[in-house]
Design a binder for this molecule. Structure first.
Ligand SMILES: Nc1ncnc2c1ncn2[C@@H]1O[C@H](COP(=O)(O)OP(=O)(O)OP(=O)(O)O)[C@@H](O)[C@H]1O
Ligand SMILES: [Mg+2]
Length: 261
């Protein structure tokens, strides 16, 4: 069974899609197979991989709304990274929220449809939208762990309470095993303020914070512009190394969780 991660934060531009593609690339370097699911109607992940969202006939919209009447393998496409596949998104997905909300069990739709995938992926990474609606709830219901990228800036912490509330609701009502972990990202190590936030997060969330801190560097934007994950665009950059370190932590968590079962 694949280990499923929801990458979520309702704040825009905090590094969700970047984390998705870089972590996937890092896991694949360790010989693991990864399926990424673009669950954002803006399709930031799909675009950052150099793909044109409008060029796909089948997308995550079809995967959510009519997976049972399709061959799900037809919705999955390869990416430039060997071992990493993608369910792409486009604007169609914006209509899925309204279609799902009227259905019984709307919040379990993604979980059920992921179980239709027959290829034995090691990891599934769901890249969420910058909102806390139907799509994010579906990703939290489907996941073993939610990874929350947080910019190390004071204002970035304020939105966390709202997300935490929804996570707690999901844990209580449908997915009691959902683990939560925070990834500190876009860190500017030159400002004292950022360093204080890094420490503050560690104090407030303890073991629920990854040891890895991803620093702010222009290389990430350059890589997306080139349509590649940073791990391919600049293999030995500091950012690439940070995501390799994150992948090691993810593997440690998977082992710990397997031991508990
Ligand atoms: N550590 C980093 N340092 C500097 N820039 C970064 C870093 N991580 C990501 N970026 C850049 O910041 C921008 C936003 O990142 P990304 O698209 O991953 O965020 P997001 O949370 O997915 O945004 P959205 O909520 O709009 O989907 C992109 O241009 C990306 O290349
Ligand atoms: Mg995004």
């Amino acid at each position: 069974m694949p280990r499923i991660y929801a990458i979520a934060n309702q704040k825009g531009g905090v590094g969700k899609s970047t984390t998705c593609s870089c972590l996937a690339a890092a896991l694949s370097e360790s010989g693991l197979t990864v399926l990424m699911v673009d669950l954002d109607p803006q399709a930031g992940l799909t675009v950052s991989l150099g793909l044109d969202p409008e060029s796909f006939e089948l997308t995550s919209y079809d995967f959510l709304i009519r997976a049972e009447s399709l061959n799900v393998a037809d919705i999955i496409c390869a990416t430039g990274t060997p071992g990493v596949d993608l369910i792409p998104a486009n604007l169609d997905l914006a209509g899925a929220e309204a279609e799902l909300i009227g259905e019984i069990g709307w919040d379990r739709t993604l979980k059920e449809n992921l179980s239709l995938i027959t290829r034995p992926y090691d990891y599934i990474l769901i890249d969420g939208p910058p909102s806390l609606g139907v799509l994010t709830t579906n990703s939290l219901m489907a996941a073993h762990q939610v990874m929350v990228p947080v910019q190390t800036e004071y204002l970035a912490l304020r939105g966390l309470t709202q997300l935490q509330r929804i996570i707690q609701k999901v844990q209580k009502k449908g997915n009691p095993g959902l683990e939560v972990k925070i990834l500190r990202t876009m860190h500017n190590s030159r400002t004292l303020h950022s360093t204080e936030v890094v420490d503050e997060l560690k104090q407030a969330f303890g073991a629920q914070v990854y040891r890895t801190v991803v620093k702010r560097t222009i290389k990430f934007a350059e890589a997306s512009r080139a349509g590649q994950p940073l791990l391919q665009f600049a293999r030995e950059s500091e950012g690439a190394r940070a995501y390799r370190q994150l992948a090691q932590e993810v593997l440690e968590d998977a082992e710990a969780s397997a031991r508990q079962r």
